[in-house]
Design a protein around this ligand. Sequence first.
Ligand code: ZN
Length: 259
Amino acid sequence: MCRTIRARTIADPRAAGKFVLFRKKPSIRRELLKIDGQLLEVKVRLNPRARRMIVKVNPATGEVCITVRSQRGLPAALDFARGETDWIANQIAKVPKPMPLVPGASVPLRGVSHEIRAAAKGPAPVWCADGVIWVRGEAAHAPRRVLDFLKREARKTFEARALQHAERLGVKPARITVRDTSSRWGSCSSARSLSFAWRLILTPDSVLDYVVAHEVAHIRQMNHSPRFWAEVKKLVPDIAAPQRWLRVHGRDLQRYGLS
Ligand SMILES: [Zn+2]
């Protein structure tokens, strides 16, 4: 499942009707673009397979990326991006401010607000009790410890939910991993390997459960056909509400992390 990153595109006339004989990895370079009177470094991907020039703003980081087919198309792509600076500035303004995992901050663990508090002593480096995430030890290490704790919670929870869903569909995931990705909530490989973004542990249970069910259902159907959705519906009763929740709130969760 992917989260759509809003993008502006224009057709690249040189891309029409051409065959790509071999697949080449896109090469990446940096260019400067003036936005709101300030020079901004943008990433330029040269990708011979690209059919369009694409300008993207990463909703989590605000990084601007331009994809262009060839070196020759670069000036046109930069011109195009210059014409879109209002749109780019707007997208960057929407990037959520980072929320470091320090004592005093709150995180929505499984969709429920939990305050992070420093503890002088306790049963573990980090533990959760009555809506509080307690963290022991030196203040400088608190964010890393809380992050590790959240990732552990994520892995445990995703694993339990995935195994339960998999059993109902009569399938077996090969591997379940937790990643730091900001562009996808989950994925399923053809080798039945499931992967989830750790920030999914910050969503309400119904949303988390839907994403896990979605990826488990991909073991049966590696597509988004009606047959695939029928599998998902066997696992979760409501699909529309969690999808809407992710569209509305998903971007905001990207601010939780180390910086
Ligand atoms: Zn999917």
